[in-house]
Design a protein around this ligand. Structure first.
Ligand SMILES: O=C(O)CCC(=O)C(=O)O
Length: 202
């Protein structure tokens, strides 16, 4: 299911908001994927192999990521990104939201009540740019300053892309609270595509 008509349409398609929420390095792009494109990508994702080794379902492409060891290396290579992911990644590149083609993707599925704990993506594992594309439903993501504990909530609309670089990547944690609704709206299923570039040692 794809959430529609819940929020006002943006003034312009593909509006790109830099230093979003006054967090340097945080970029929010609305309507990165149209509803029909989201449905097509979701169908491809759902035909893929879901892993159930976390509380939520995930799929790993490019390189597997070891959550416990917080590590990734050449032995974890599982092949090139699948065509649906390359299409989305190519659009990120075309729209200059990333500087190089991502080589790793983690797909996360959130059912109502599920979230992700506050974290900073593994610094030695992944390069500066991390992008999450939201499919299906709008969920709130909190950004938490490591220095001050300040919390800034961002509603990630369905079809949006959120880019974390620099301060947003390294000095703010992000989390999605495990709850049933956001801003008074009951959650439905959300699927996110998080693209990264792996740092491989010598
Ligand atoms: O679901 C998201 O948008 C974020 C996922 C995330 O933070 C992660 O996989 O580390």
């Amino acid at each position: 299911m794809v959430q529609r008509d819940l929020f006002d349409p943006p003034a312009e398609p593909r509006e790109v908001l830099r230093d979003y929420l006054d967090v340097p390095g945080l970029t929010y792009c609305r309507q990165f994927l149209a509803p029909e494109e989201q449905c097509q990508v979701l169908a491809k994702v759902d035909a893929g192999p879901w892993r159930n080794d976390l509380k939520r379902l995930v799929q790993h492409y490019g390189y597997k990521y070891d959550y416990k060891a917080r590590s990734v290396d050449l032995s974890m290579y599982v092949g090139p990104l699948p065509p649906f992911a390359l299409d989305v990644a190519q659009r990120l590149l075309d729209q200059e939201l990333v500087e190089e083609m991502p080589d790793q993707l983690i797909v996360n599925e959130y059912e109502p009540g599920q979230g992700i704990t506050a974290h900073i993506d593994c610094e030695p594992c992944f390069k500066n740019t991390i992008v999450t594309v939201s499919l299906g439903w709008a969920y709130e993501m909190d950004f938490i300053s490591v220095a001050t504990g300040e919390v800034k909530p961002a509603l990630l609309e369905q079809g949006s892309a959120l880019v974390l670089q620099g301060e947003a990547r390294y000095q703010w944690m992000h989390r999605i609270k495990a709850r049933l609704s956001d801003r008074g709206v009951r959650r439905e299923r959300r699927v996110s595509l998080t693209f990264r570039n792996v740092i491989l040692g010598d």
